[in-house]
Design a protein around this ligand. Structure first.
Ligand SMILES: [Zn+2]
Ligand SMILES: [Zn+2]
Length: 138
């Protein structure tokens, strides 16, 4: 187990830290409530800008961007907030990559796993600990 006492990044209270961002359960719940609020807001105000969302909901832009990256918050086509795939630049409505690049990445991962699993008693123990990202140019 890897628990330790940390100070909450939001309210400064000490709490039993386990994983993820250093935020205490109470603040986590508050963020969750805020998320529901923002989600409803975006659904009702499809054309709301980032400034309108952060202003009307009282939420930090960084927080909104995090929800987007986690694919929890989805913007409609009518939204002025445009997101682009970090890999190919295609227009997307949530997350960081378009469907195609997500599929490509998934394929690459499963292929690498298959190739490594099969043979060899000489695998060094450090392998697999650090994840390497391969970028393919084509
Ligand atoms: Zn807190
Ligand atoms: Zn892409």
């Amino acid at each position: 187990m890897n628990t330790s006492i940390k100070n909450c990044r939001k309210c400064g209270k000490m709490f039993n830290y386990m994983m993820g961002p250093p935020i205490c359960p109470a603040c986590r719940e508050k963020i969750e409530q805020k998320f529901q609020e923002v989600k409803d807001y975006v659904r009702e105000h499809k054309a709301a800008s980032m400034e309108q969302i952060t202003g009307d909901c009282g939420v930090e832009r960084k927080q909104v961007e995090q929800w987007v990256r986690e694919e929890r918050l989805v913007f409609s086509d009518a939204s002025p907030i445009k997101l682009y795939c970090e890999k190919c630049g295609a227009y997307i409505t949530t997350g960081r990559f378009c469907e195609k690049c997500k599929k490509d990445t998934a394929n690459n991962f499963s292929e690498a796993g298959r190739r490594e699993g099969g043979s060899g008693s000489s695998a060094d123990p450090g392998k697999g600990a650090g994840m390497k990202m391969h970028t393919f140019k084509g």
